[in-house]
Design a protein around this ligand. Structure first.
Ligand SMILES: C[S@@+](CC[C@H](N)C(=O)[O-])C[C@H]1O[C@@H](n2cnc3c(N)ncnc32)[C@H](O)[C@@H]1O
Length: 280
């Protein structure tokens, strides 16, 4: 257990290592334009992951309370997403999924520079940035929030060839046809499944946009894979693996990040090769 209140104060331009990020990746300090002060609540307060929050002070402004899953508010402040998740809570998922994808690619005939990636739940582009470092040149981001698209353009311009703001559960025929023209051979979906974020229907829609033989890299909280899961992901992923819909290339249980009380939150990251479409 870590101390009950952890504070981080990073001024713009002050380089600071963000734990497990790969060499060359930007930390929050590179994106922050003003100093950000983050204060976590007392660790004795039990809060479920979907309701976790912190206090944030931007520059000399007033302190305000932000729930982590209010992504609109988080993306609005340059560097805040990176500072909360990477610097304070030590999230390593974009780096972990990228590493597993890199390992999986070695067993395929796909060269990194030939990847055509659909990044589902792209947020402000942290995964896109990892994909660029991996060598991918064509990446399309999809997110339900305008604020995510705006933050990706602001913080990581040039990473995404296109960035589509849409709810993947209700893609129009026109959007589906347009996305099909990219002939994706890879799907990434990091820190976005479950928790009122991306439901199974959206994942299936994105998965079906990937060509047979393509790679699908994602992570999910380990509880969503067990018998008590009500999100539908446990059943879906079990069926995908058991029924030969995919071949599992990589699977790793790891510490995704810390909770606000300093406890480890374990996720499972997987990279699979698509063998056939999923039923809607
Ligand atoms: C925790 S963020 C992850 C962002 C990024 N993948 C990363 O690892 O930093 C989850 C993202 O999923 C997006 N999202 C939630 N539901 C969605 C949906 N139905 N369709 C597309 N994006 C969705 C949210 O807006 C949010 O930006």
């Amino acid at each position: 257990m870590q101390s009950s209140t952890r504070e981080a104060l990073i001024s713009s331009g002050t380089p600071r290592s963000a734990g497990r990020r790969s060499a060359g990746s930007a930390t929050c300090a590179d994106h922050a334009q003003q100093s950000l002060e983050i204060t976590l609540p007392d660790s004795s307060e039990e809060v479920s992951q979907a309701l976790e929050w912190c206090h944030v002070r931007v520059g000399d402004g007033e302190q305000c309370r932000i729930r982590f899953h209010d992504y609109d508010a988080v993306y609005l402040v340059p560097g805040l997403y990176e500072q909360i998740f990477c610097d304070v809570l030590e999230c390593c998922s974009p780096v972990t999924v990228r590493r597993l994808l890199e390992d999986a690619i070695e067993d395929t005939e796909i060269a990194p520079e030939d990847l055509r990636v659909l990044d589902l739940g792209a947020g402000n582009g942290m995964v896109g940035e990892e994909l660029v470092e991996l060598g991918a040149r064509r990446i399309v981001g999809v997110d339900i929030l305008d604020a995510a698209a705006e933050a990706a353009e602001r913080d990581r311009p040039g990473v995404y060839e296109e960035y589509v703001v849409t709810d993947m559960t209700s893609l129009s025929d026109r959007q589906r046809a347009w996305l099909s023209t990219f002939d994706f051979n890879c799907l990434t979906c990091v820190a976005a499944l479950g928790f009122g974020d991306i439901p199974t229907a959206a994942f299936v829609e994105a998965y079906n946009l990937v060509a047979t033989g393509g790679l699908v890299a994602f992570n999910i909280k380990e509880e969503f894979l067990n018998g008590q899961d009500t999100s539908g992901f446990a059943e879906l992923i079990k069926a995908m693996c058991k029924d030969g819909i995919v071949d599992v290339q990589e699977r790793e249980r790891y510490r995704h990040r810390l909770s606000i009380s300093g406890e480890p939150l374990h996720y499972v990251a997987m990279v699979v090769i698509k063998r056939r479409d999923l039923d809607h």
